[in-house]
Design a binder for this molecule. Structure first.
Ligand SMILES: [Zn+2]
Ligand SMILES: [Zn+2]
Length: 528
């Protein structure tokens, strides 16, 4: 496969790979998004086998860090992205941390230090071993993930690591770990944007042989999960703990050019094939995100410019199942309703969800508030049900939002349950437990007759592709219910008057009207 980066000087990168690969500096470095070259044309960076089951995994304490290795299995492989045509084989994954939660990472991103940094070390398969590859200029590829200690619940996938850390407190001890122990990096590794530069090992002998790949969005874990690492011993006398294993930031010497690339990989263009079977439509819709430019949400939706399309009905599961716990939170920006279910959870289509929640957007008065406009008119509240899912047709669609537009009408009894409790979360960053109510009280399920489009949302600088499903049937809510939302206080303790984003240009993307029924003239249906 030809690599355009190699053969041509791209306008947006100004350099070629062979030249770029010679710009080695000592690691770690401080990264600033504004000081990077943007490059959109790498092949996708692919992780093969990192979170598969099978074989053995071992975590060990070498007195400096906790190191994970795989045995008795085919080793995971990293390909694509800035790695040329080469394959890089997984050697080990280890961690860096310090004595407090506000430092502990090696790379600094936008001046921000996180609590830990995980390094997945890979070596170029064209060399016989890690040892042989370690001093070659194209020898190593290290993927870095930030971990941030928060007051939130512990990260359930990361628990496989922390449970094992408790068993390797003694130096030179090791323990077995479930073979699928790397699922906590999966969501981040599917994020389309990452930074890459040519650097060095951050431990002796500091060889300049590393292609660094750094994902900017931190993975949230609990403070307790981070603190487990600090109980590991660094000496056999057991007097000393590993409390800081971070190399300080290295400043490149003046004569060396620091070339950091911000890469976003898109799938290669396939020829648009005619979709013959209705069963193939979802896959085709998913592939659009890779083949058409995706632009920001929200957008204006107009029935007359949408493309009618038929596809199998949406399937809603466990929609009536009451959650185990439910709470509302004033984030200082919006009201979030979050819930935890027992074993069984609501989800759409196949596959379990990692979690889900509802949140609300509202505006200064009843004439504005919803993020999407319908025929150019804003509705006063828009409710987003965010369904996180590990794998829905393509991995790029891991994050989805499903919308219902809320319009003024009589009182909505289910909505009233939330409104009555808003007084308890008047102040920013406060939460309140609610008696659990099933999702079906708040969100009427829709199987057909909805709008669908691809939109992007940038969090920090990680680009998420989101498939938006906008219900054509509005949810009724009374004006005084909307007023209650506006009484909440934002992060500056000012009344939270409006929190919607501006409508973004549609550009050349498709908006689909799925399985249309009812009026072909009004974009929204009348209230039931
Ligand atoms: Zn490291
Ligand atoms: Zn939203």
């Amino acid at each position: 496969m030809p690599n355009t980066f190699l053969s041509t000087v791209e306008e947006d990168a100004h350099i070629t790979v062979p030249e770029w690969r010679l710009h080695k500096v000592q690691s770690p470095i401080a990264l600033k998004h504004d000081e990077t070259n943007h490059y959109d044309h790498f092949d996708p960076l692919e992780f093969h086998g990192h979170w598969d089951q099978g074989g053995d995994a071992t975590l060990s304490n070498n007195g400096f860090t906790a190191t994970l290795r795989f045995q008795n299995r085919e080793l995971p492989v990293l390909v694509g992205g800035p790695l040329h045509e080469d394959q890089y084989v997984f050697e080990q994954l280890h961690f860096h941390w310090s004595d407090d939660d506000h430092s502990g990472c090696e790379h600094i991103f936008e001046g921000q230090a996180y609590s830990m940094e995980a390094h997945a070390v890979h070596y170029n398969k064209k060399y016989a071993s890690f040892q042989e590859a370690a001093d070659k200029h194209d020898g190593l590829a290290v993927v870095a993930f930030f971990l941030k200690a928060t007051d939130d619940d512990e990260h359930p996938c990361f628990n496989k690591m922390t449970e094992a850390v408790k068993k390797i407190v003694k130096i030179n001890s090791s323990t077995s770990v479930p073979s699928d122990c790397l699922t906590w990096i999966k969501e981040e590794a599917q994020c389309k944007g990452y930074y890459t530069y040519q650097g060095s090992l951050t431990t002796e002998p500091y060889t300049e042989s590393v292609t660094w790949i750094i994902y900017p969005t931190p993975i949230h874990v609990s403070r307790q999960q981070v603190s487990e690492f600090r109980s590991m011993k660094s000496t056999s006398c057991e007097q000393h703990n590993i409390i800081n294993n971070v190399r300080p930031i290295q400043m490149p010497p003046a004569h060396k050019k620091l070339d950091i690339i911000y890469a976003r990989s898109h799938r290669k263009n396939e020829n648009k094939s005619e979709v013959e079977n209705i069963e193939d439509v979802p896959r085709w819709i998913q592939s659009l995100a890779d083949r058409e430019p995706v632009h920001e949400s929200p957008i204006n939706i107009n029935i007359s410019t949408s493309t009618e399309i038929e596809m199998p009905p949406l399937a809603w599961h466990n929609h009536d199942l009451p959650p185990k716990k439910m709470k509302i939170t004033n984030t200082g920006y919006t009201l979030i309703l979050s819930a935890k279910w027992h074993q069984e959870r609501p989800y759409i289509s196949e596959g379990p969800l990692l979690g889900n929640y509802l949140h609300f957007h509202w505006g200064r008065n009843d004439a504005e508030g919803s993020e999407h406009t319908i025929d150019g008119v804003r509705y006063p509240i828009e409710m987003h049900v965010v369904l996180f899912k590990a794998n829905y047709l393509t991995q790029e669609a891991a994050l989805k939002e499903k919308d219902g537009i809320v319009v003024l009408s009589g009182k909505n009894p289910a909505f009233q349950i939330l409104i009555e409790n808003i007084v308890s979360v008047q102040k920013p960053h406060t939460s309140m437990k609610l008696n659990p109510i099933p999702l079906s009280y708040l969100v009427k399920k829709f199987e057909r007759d909805y709008f669908l489009y691809w939109g992007s949302v940038t969090t920090t600088v990680c680009l998420h592709y989101i498939l938006w499903l906008v219900s054509r049937e509005p949810i009724g809510v009374a004006p005084e219910q909307v007023d209650e939302l506006r009484s909440m206080l934002d992060a500056n303790e000012e009344p939270l008057q409006g929190n919607f984003r501006e409508v973004q240009p549609l550009n050349d993307r498709h908006v689909f009207h799925v399985c249309p029924s009812g009026s072909k003239y009004a974009t929204l249906l009348a209230l039931p």
